[in-house]
Design a protein around this ligand. Sequence first.
Ligand code: ADP
Ligand code: MG
Length: 240
Amino acid sequence: MLRIRNLNKSFGDLHVLKDIDMKVLESDVVCLIGSSGSGKSTLLRCLNFLEKRDSGQILIEGEEVNPETQNINKVREKVGMVFQHFHLFPHMTVIDNIIEAPVHVKKVPKKQALAEAKELLRKVGLEDKADVYPSKLSGGQKQRVAIARAMAMKPDVLLFDEPTSALDPELVGEVLSTMKELAEDGMTMVVVTHEMSFAREVSDWIVFMQEGRVIESGPPEEFFTNPKETRTKEFLQTTV
Ligand code: ADP
Ligand code: MG
């Protein structure tokens, strides 16, 4: 579904992503872990073309994506993103947040977009919140709306950047279970998270980054029980 080859990115003199190679198979959940500053957000932002890579290739479904020569909005339709701080439009109701991009970017007829949005709200357990404004929702509910909004574009891949880090602890579980259901429905997902039990239980593949490099990757069982690299072992000792 997604392939990254030799990706490099610097901010001025700061080399943030170093020769990143990674692949994400269809319907897989890949968890991206690593301490703060290791380049996880920058990698996700490159995958969504919010950030321009310096070199390397990004292939979606086997096709190289080049924002310099291709319509960036078309490309972004394929890759959805859910942020730590939700980024809902505060002046729009929940349902209007969800139909905004399908109607205005994808030109889906409004009636159809509304029906699909209602179905998505049902999926994330918020069918009764269609007509309220985001300010009336808890953080967990806002994040579930943000997930529904991203899904409304029917992306091939959904990227999550620490989706539960801004939430009160008692609200983390509802968002993780929504994500788990998406995963069970076969959604292809790349998730930056510090929730190691989620990573262990839900992901098909773990990628551990440090200082802009992929240090180790593998299936969760092996990664958590038998890490090979010293740096991975040290990281796991500090988090688990
Ligand atoms: P992580 O998400 O793993 O915490 P980030 O990708 O946010 O890491 O950041 C990696 C490094 O890049 C950090 O040193 C950060 O300060 C730097 N960085 C991130 N975004 C920018 C930017 N827009 N300009 C300059 N430096 C940045
Ligand atoms: Mg980050």
